[in-house]
Design a binder for this molecule. Structure first.
Ligand SMILES: Nc1ncnc2c1ncn2[C@@H]1O[C@H](COP(=O)(O)OP(=O)(O)OP(=O)(O)O)[C@@H](O)[C@H]1O
Length: 300
């Protein structure tokens, strides 16, 4: 759905995007994670056609998005700073979106009133609280029935109940209509339960981009106790990323599936051995060698 190729964007000689590449498949829920100033909002503004890159390509559904109204009518977005017309209410914005989005679903707008019952639809959006404004933005975006939904830190300011509510509505749309969702956050933990793809952004570049299924099947934490206190000499081709020891328990982070690694370690006849899944945070730390401070900032 989205293909960003080698995009550079400079503001007053500052390179906010520095050769950024990312690929978001159709129907993915893709989490873009990075520290403050990494370039998350900047790349999202390119993907929604607000900014034009200095060089490189930004394609949505195979087409350049900048000044392309046909493609923009397939994208809905919730930016970090909400935009509404001066004094427009949620209902006014609904009428505007209804004219812009070909699949705008007014029946859904009525149905979702119950979910967003605390948003007064007739008062100017700018007079709503920050959390209410976010709710209004979700309400409207969900009715646009876009092919692509771009969300910049969308749940900031929402209470936990509402967070769960909007994620569940979004995931319903992904399942039912195949909507692609691109969502940015500072926090990997927040996205772990909802995303199926994750990209780590640092200093204007995507450092690492993965499908979660590939990640989780390909790295395992082994807790293991041997007859001897010391760790035996392990084969060189076993991809051990990290070793630690507490008492007699060795913890090994190993690349490979749980079954494969368990079988290979079984030949050392351990007294006790257990394969445990890693959290997404741990996976990124080990995948990146734990070296990059930006990644530590995001995940710790
Ligand atoms: N319009 C602009 N003019 C000048 N500099 C800008 C502009 N927009 C972004 N920048 C700079 O580009 C860098 C990336 O900013 P961006 O807002 O994309 O980061 P971010 O990852 O969204 O950060 P945050 O998590 O704090 O929202 C920052 O150093 C910012 O100061």
């Amino acid at each position: 759905m989205i293909s960003v190729q080698n995009v550079v964007k400079t503001f007053d000689r500052f390179r906010a995007l520095n050769g950024l590449n990312m690929e978001v498949p159709d129907g993915a829920i893709y989490g873009l994670v990075g520290p403050n100033g990494a370039g998350k909002s900047t790349i999202l503004r390119h993907i929604t056609g607000i900014y034009r890159q200095d060089s490189g390509q930004v394609l949505v559904a195979g087409e350049p998005v900048y000044e392309n109204p046909a493609v923009k009518a397939r994208i809905a977005s919730i930016p970090d700073e909400l935009y509404t017309f001066l004094s427009a209410s949620t209902r006014d914005m609904m009428r505007f979106f209804r004219g812009f989005y070909p699949r705008f679903d007014e029946a859904r707008y009525q149905a979702l009133k119950e979910v967003f019952s605390s948003v007064q639809e007739n008062i100017p959006v700018r007079r709503l609280s920050k959390g209410m404004q976010k709710q209004a933005a979700f309400w409207l975006s969900l009715c646009c029935r876009p092919d692509l939904l771009v969300l910049d830190e969308p749940v900031d300011g929402l209470d936990p109940v509402m967070r769960r509510q909007v994620w569940s509505l979004l995931m319903g749309d992904v399942a039912e209509y195949g909507t692609t969702v691109l969502v940015s956050s500072h926090n990997l933990r927040e996205l772990e339960d909802v995303c199926d793809h994750v990209g780590i952004l640092s200093q204007g570049k995507v450092l690492l981009e993965r499908a979660l299924a590939d990640l989780q099947d390909n790295i395992v934490k082994m807790q293991i106790v041997f007859q001897e206190r010391e760790l035996p000499q392990l084969p060189e081709d076993l991809a051990v990323l990290h070793v630690s020891q507490v008492g007699r328990i060795h913890t090994l982070i190993v690349r490979g599936s749980a079954d494969e690694v368990t079988n290979r370690l079984a030949i050392y006849a351990p007294i006790l051995m257990e394969a445990l899944p890693l959290t997404l945070e741990e996976i990124f730390i080990y995948e990146l060698g734990g070296e990059d401070y930006a990644v530590r900032d995001i995940v710790l």
